[in-house]
Design a protein around this ligand. Structure first.
Ligand SMILES: *Cc1c(COP(=O)(O)O)cnc(C)c1O
Length: 377
């Protein structure tokens, strides 16, 4: 059996090698490494896939979040509400810009930020809600939109783990995750669903003014060379990554379906035990399984991780520490009792291998070993 990995980038590359190699070669031949036609075409193609008016590529997903916040005239001390259960980038950009991160608990089933917890955390200083579409499923955007409209707040969506997932409105219509609030952000880090072979990210919006400002800020605050209207940063996607992304974008839906099939196999095989909780599938979003994350009794979670490791099955804890417990954010003075759910989730979640190259033999081996381990627990 092929070696098990959390993500099999080599296997995926091997299947599209000639396309990727040709795409990279053509950039080398053109010598247009920064900006240029590959980057422009990729921006157009991804904007059209997502159904958004403007898409600005940038250096990584963290920059995308920072650019989105910088585009909204916020004042130091303004509050941004986000999930306590996320990757650090979401919290970090808020704090870096002198804004105040306010962490709230997610929903128990989807792990996505809870709309009712958002509403409880709103103060006169709240300006932005930053939902994170965690593990491949959209947060409850309809509810979050209602709150944002009621309190006149911006929404910046962190869709780094959900490129291609679709939020389903109550009337049956759908919209791609990240395209519902004011500004959406994503990352093309190699392990993401749409990924390149290095760093990359994008910001997208239907708002002309936001788009103009984001494009300027990402380019040293400039729209005309050597004239700087905003204090900006330098954040750009390079042409080689754009060329890789143009190839991979064509396969994104297929890749997401493949992940969903692997998840269904896990679900079926693991349904024989009641000693774990499989990932919840919301009826409000498609699930593109950036991660396949189960919940276990905290007393056996780490034991199972170790047991699987002895069978050469990797697994990961996303995430072991809530945002509010990270040392860098201690000064915010948030207590465990303010975010009790995240605190407990961090002790019970475990993510299993999930990627586009998993085959039945591997999935069978993983689930057999999980069931064996759980038998006498
Ligand atoms: C990966 C990720 C990011 C950051 O992306 P980078 O490209 O690594 O900067 C931000 N938020 C979430 C939820 C992520 O998973």
């Amino acid at each position: 059996m092929k070696e098990l990995r959390m993500v099999d980038l080599k296997g995926q590359y091997d299947r599209i090698k000639s396309e990727i190699d040709n795409a990279i070669q053509s950039v080398l031949d053109s010598s247009a490494f920064i900006k240029g036609p590959e980057v422009e075409k990729f921006e157009e193609e991804l904007a059209s896939y997502l159904g958004v008016k403007h898409l600005i590529s940038c250096a990584n997903g963290t920059d995308a979040l920072q650019l989105a916040l910088m585009a909204l005239d916020l004042e130091p001390g303004d509050e941004v509400i986000t999930s306590d259960f996320t990757f650090i980038a979401t919290a970090e950009v808020i704090a870096l810009l002198g804004l105040k991160p306010v962490f709230v608990d997610p929903e128990t089933d989807t792990f996505n930020i809870s709309a009712s917890e958002i509403e409880k955390a709103i103060t006169p200083k709240t300006k932005v809600i930053m939902p994170v579409h965690l593990f491949g499923q959209s947060a409850d955007m309809e509810e979050i939109l209602k709150i944002a409209r009621k309190h006149k707040l911006y929404i910046i969506e962190d869709a780094a783990q959900a490129t291609g997932a679709e939020y389903l409105f109550p009337d049956g219509t759908g919209k791609k995750a990240g395209t519902i609030g004011d500004i959406g952000c994503t990352s093309f880090f190699p392990s993401k669903n749409l990924s390149c072979y290095g760093d990359g990210g994008a910001v997208f919006t239907d708002n002309d003014d936001h788009a103009k400002k984001i494009r300027s800020i990402a380019n040293h605050g400039s729209t005309k060379k050597y004239y700087h209207d905003n204090i900006g940063i330098n954040s750009r996607l390079d042409a080689i990554q754009a060329a890789v992304l143009r190839v991979k974008l064509k396969y994104l839906d297929e890749y997401n379906i493949t992940r969903r099939k692997a998840a269904s196999f896990y679900d079926r095989q693991l349904s024989v035990t009641d000693k774990l909780i499989p990932p919840y599938r919301s009826h409000k979003s498609t699930h593109i399984f950036h991660q396949y994350t189960i919940m276990l009794n905290p007393e056996i979670r780490d034991l199972m991780k170790e047991y699987l490791a002895t069978k050469n099955i990797p697994s990961m804890v996303y995430y072991p520490v809530p945002m509010h417990k990270q040392k860098a954010y201690n000064h915010l003075g948030i207590k465990d009792s303010d975010c009790p759910l995240t605190t407990s989730l961090c002790t019970s979640v475990l993510s299993l291998p999930m990627h586009t190259e998993l085959v039945i033999e591997q999935l069978q081996y993983i689930t057999d070993n999980i069931c064996t381990f759980l038998e006498d627990k």
